[in-house]
Design a protein around this ligand. Structure first.
Ligand code: ZN
Length: 264
């Protein structure tokens, strides 16, 4: 039966399509959650002409290409964001499938990645991180840790403790001394959520890695725009990006990062 069903390609293809469909749902969440709208009703509609989008015009990635990035009814431009989020989710799902195989852990990591993507884009758009995602995700991460192979509840617990507790104290202390907010409450709740899925190592990696990526991206951006340093670039996307790197590489860069901090 060899070659009759190319199973080696079939499962990755299904994972990719599943990722694109989830990405499409994440687009809905990114648009609706910060606007306090229901994520289930109504069905998708064009934000310009408000006509409902038919199912055949709502196929992830494909429809955007077929429609040439324009609404079928009014011709309004559809944001490139939509196919981008769909493609991004599909590719990351494929990468974690390659790492985890068809497993329970794959599902857990799919949820975690979905939370990170949704939070990043909402934070980028609105400079807020909704509690339903950060705190809700953290509760989920803690509960799922009880039944997660290779990950203990205490790992999640310490992750939340470091991400939420210790950083809250640092941020609060900074605020008292500097009389202005350094890291926002939303970022701390996000770190606690990251901790519930990745443990305290993941929190440390995300915080340090996120700061490095944030500086690499943020400082040139501020210089170009000639904005002053107080101009807030949301930190959430950088924390999420570093958390994703930790998830996909595990401890590989952790040692290098620790050496970097210790200065050797
Ligand atoms: Zn339209």
């Amino acid at each position: 039966m060899d070659g009759l069903i190319p199973i080696n390609y079939l499962i990755p293809a299904i994972i990719f399509i599943f990722g694109a469909v989830i990405g499409s749902f994440l687009n809905v969440c990114i648009y609706r959650i910060p606007r306090s709208k229901s994520i289930v009703k109504p069905n998708s509609f064009c934000p310009a002409c408000e006509k409902p989008i038919k199912f055949y015009d709502n196929i992830p990635i494909v429809s955007y290409i077929i429609l040439g990035g324009k609404c079928r009814h009014c011709g309004a431009k559809i944001s490139k964001r939509y196919p981008f989020v769909e493609l991004l989710t599909a590719v990351i799902f494929l990468i974690i499938y390659r790492r985890c195989g068809l497993s329970y852990e794959l599902l857990v990591q799919m949820v975690f990645v979905s939370l990170l993507i949704t939070i990043s884009f909402i934070d980028y758009d609105f400079q807020i991180i909704p509690d339903v995602l950060s705190v809700g995700g953290m509760v989920f991460g803690l509960l799922i840790a009880f039944v997660r192979p290779g990950f203990r509840f205490m790992d999640a617990f310490y992750g939340v403790l470091i991400g939420g507790g210790v950083l809250f104290i640092i941020a609060y202390g900074y605020q008292l001394i500097a009389k202005r907010e350094g890291m926002g409450g939303g970022d701390i709740k996000l770190l606690a959520m990251i901790g519930s899925f990745t443990g305290f190592k993941g929190v440390l990696f995300s915080l340090i890695g996120g700061s490095i990526i944030g500086s690499l991206v943020g400082i040139p951006l501020m210089l170009m725009k000639k904005e002053n340093m107080k101009y807030a670039i949301p930190f959430g996307p950088f924390l999420s990006c570093a958390a994703l790197i930790f998830l996909l590489t595990g401890d590989r860069y952790m040692d290098a990062l620790l050496h970097f901090i210790m200065g050797r």
